[in-house]
Design a protein around this ligand. Structure first.
Ligand SMILES: Cc1ncc(COP(=O)(O)O)c(C=O)c1O
Length: 418
């Protein structure tokens, strides 16, 4: 087993590995480690160039605003968006809530009638959603009288295009789905779903949290209407993410948050909003995090996202091979040999996921246990929790081997013989 090496990547780029030379970090699906360039971009900005952004006319403000907007240009270019199509948010959760709350306002008559939902309209999601791409739609349905439908998953936690076809109807107004499942690693057939949505005139929302960090993604080519992702899963800082939206939609989506810096005119009775993206960025923004986010996409772009994907395909293959040859361990998600992201969630027969996690942790292997914010998916699998290993650019085959060794010892340790 080989993986394509990522030419410019050095583990020494990541201070985490200097602090923990023997670490096996397989929890990048939760949050990723950051290269020195990201950390220093943020601290250098805070140390030397910090000032208010988009407020006042001083030279310092002008320079800080330039840095902030340049970061936006870089993140936008990274995902094939125009600058007006990239809104800073607190993260993917925040971005999805902003879409749902905006549509909720439109449904109350506070914005474009084109985006309004009425009682009986339908929203379609999958049973594999992260709660961040489920609960906002539940709330939107409750507020508007819309019906929330879902595509069920099968015994491996997979949903299908056929299943989606069965749920979509002429009443469907919005389809929201995960580009990559954070539990199974399943990769969605985005173009097919965009085509299906177009047939019934529905909007599409892509939860791209687990795809943008790991493969080439261009939202305008994919043709989705909205998308959400988080910096901290793609080598960047916490506290910032992005909402992508087609410019003409963002210009009519009501802002979920209102206040300073997002208006043109305010009277005691009324406010007019700026065009996108500023109409969504009320209040003081996460400026240094935006600078760090820009540095993170620069780092990923320097590796080349096609090379990142090939590298992680090799890791995914190794994870699948390791898990499937370990007795008493069941792999969730795509079958061996089928396309998947470098995420492997497993159930160990006879041992609770949390005990597996503790055992691996004691051996220096950091993975995630629990429901991974996807309770409906776990309910469908019939287990409360799984054990998830997830990779990033710095993951290597040695990490997978050490994960495999420890996983292979778990059942013996807990005295499970059957
Ligand atoms: C698929 C998916 N969607 C949404 C989220 C939410 O991201 P955040 O917590 O950064 O807002 C996550 C995070 O785990 C995720 O994996």
């Amino acid at each position: 087993m080989t993986t394509r090496s990522l030419g410019r990547l050095r583990r020494t780029d990541f201070p985490y590995y200097a602090a923990h030379p023997d670490a096996v970090y397989l929890d990048s699906g939760a949050t990723s480690q950051r290269p020195e360039t990201v950390i220093s971009a943020e601290t250098d900005f805070v140390g030397a160039d910090y000032a208010a952004v988009h407020r006042g006319s001083s030279v310092a403000t002008g320079e800080a605003t330039w840095a902030f907007e340049t970061a936006r240009e870089r993140v936008a270019a990274f995902i094939g968006a125009g600058e007006r199509e990239l809104v800073w948010t607190a993260g993917a959760t925040d971005a999805i809530n902003m879409i749902a709350l905006g549509i909720s306002d439109a449904s109350l008559g506070l914005g474009s009638a084109d985006l309004a939902l009425s009682a009986g309209d339908e929203i379609v999601v999958t049973e594999a959603e992260h709660h961040a791409n489920l609960i906002p739609w539940q709330r939107l349905a409750a507020r508007t009288g819309a019906v929330l439908r879902h595509v069920a998953v099968d015994a491996d936690g997979l949903w299908s295009l056929d299943g989606m076809r069965r749920e979509v109807s002429p009443r469907t107004r919005l389809i929201s789905f995960p580009h990559v499942s954070n539990v199974t690693g399943q990769i969605a057939p985005v173009a097919d779903i965009v085509g299906l949505a177009a047939e019934v005139g529905a909007l599409t929302v892509l939860d791209a949290c687990q795809s943008v960090p790991h493969m080439p993604v261009d939202f305008s080519t994919l043709g989705v209407d909205f998308a959400a992702f988080s910096a901290h899963k793609m080598l960047g800082p916490t506290g910032i993410g992005a909402l992508y939206g087609r410019a003409e939609l963002l210009d009519v989506l009501p802002p979920a948050r209102t206040g300073g810096s997002m208006i043109t005119t305010v009277t005691m009775e009324h406010a007019e909003f700026l065009p996108a993206p500023n109409r969504f960025e009320a209040g003081t923004q996460p400026v240094s995090q935006a600078i760090g986010f820009g540095a993170a996409v620069d780092y990923l772009a320097s590796l080349g996202m096609s090379d990142v994907r090939s590298h992680e395909e090799g890791i995914a293959e190794a994870l699948v091979e390791t898990v499937t040859r370990t007795p008493g361990v069941r792999l969730i998600g795509p079958a061996p040999g089928d396309e998947r992201a470098a995420i492997a969630s497993v159930i160990v027969d006879g041992v609770h996921a949390h005990d597996v996690g503790q055992f691996l942790d004691d051996r220096g292997v950091t993975i995630r246990t629990g429901h991974h914010c996807a309770q409906p998916l776990h309910r469908a699998l019939g287990v409360p929790a799984t054990v998830r290993a997830s990779a990033s650019v710095y993951t290597d085959l040695d990490d997978v081997a050490r994960f495999g060794e420890a996983l292979g010892e778990v059942r013996d340790y807990f005295g499970v013989t059957a």
